[in-house]
Design a protein around this ligand. Sequence first.
Ligand SMILES: Cc1cc2nc3c(=O)[nH]c(=O)nc-3n(C[C@H](O)[C@H](O)[C@H](O)COP(=O)(O)OP(=O)(O)OC[C@H]3O[C@@H](n4cnc5c(N)ncnc54)[C@H](O)[C@@H]3O)c2cc1C
Length: 285
Amino acid sequence: MVERDDVVGGAVSTVERWPGVHVDRGSTLHVMVRHTGIVEELELEAVGLDYIDTDPWAVSLHDDAALLFSTDLERTWKSIDEVCGRHDADAYANFVERWTPRVQAMLASFHRAPTAVGLARSFWPLGRRVRSAGGELAREFLTSADHVLDSCFHDERLKTALAWWSAQAGPAPHEVSTAPMLATAALMHLRAPGRPRGGSGALTQALVRRLEQLGGVVRAGDGAVRVTDRTVVTSSGEQISARAVVSATHVLTTLDLLGLHDEAQRARLRVGTGLGMVLRVLTDR
Ligand SMILES: Cc1cc2nc3c(=O)[nH]c(=O)nc-3n(C[C@H](O)[C@H](O)[C@H](O)COP(=O)(O)OP(=O)(O)OC[C@H]3O[C@@H](n4cnc5c(N)ncnc54)[C@H](O)[C@@H]3O)c2cc1C
């Protein structure tokens, strides 16, 4: 594995920002990976990964109230009931009930090859469940997160908190097809999101340890400058041959590395600028 940076893990890494203080560079709260089975399959706990459940996973503060999002659905319902009233509390429970099987189908599709057959296999049980030809389901998947929020809830504070969650995925919540991103909030009621002891980068460190145990080699500070499906040339000029090359860089970086500079091809890829900012501060109390 070749990494351009001196630190391995990209936005899933933790560095010493101030003497003795380790700070996550990007991600902090691990949600999706805990639903993939990867941690268990690679037995990452045996090589040092120790997740701490984060519950409650979010608190939304307002002048006179705090909305608390907990793994326990009833606890979350109670908080919404107290702050926003019974209508929105019931609507939230309903939203979670409706979207949980759909999010589970999405997760199932991640375990299969991204083919039409794989998708159909993952979503077929869902179509049967709602006794729909899939039309209604498709409509709801293609709608925007904002539309779902406006159609389900009244209170802007609840809508804002959930829109914040939806926006974590990248696209803005008013864009089409963002409803499923919003719906991943339902995952929080299946399993608490986790924070690795030692920081987000502890996940990467465990992956590195497991890879090395399996005979892999990880090299930092010498990135790829050119790749084909079987070779990698690094910035130090070394050429590495392999049975297959997997690129985990940004798609446009990967095209550059492959030497594909066709503007029309690049224009077909719809990549966002990303949004969001994290503030890390060191306090003395
Ligand atoms: C501020 C911030 C907060 C976030 N918070 C969360 C969170 O709380 N929870 C969550 O689930 N997600 C969060 N994310 C998102 C998450 O961190 C990313 O989805 C994840 O890091 C993407 O992983 P990746 O491996 O695809 O890309 P990256 O993490 O970007 O890794 C790409 C790697 O490729 C390397 N690279 C680039 N070019 C080359 C080259 N030519 N040769 C070799 N190596 C190269 C880079 O140096 C980098 O290490 C956050 C992201 C940011 C930026």
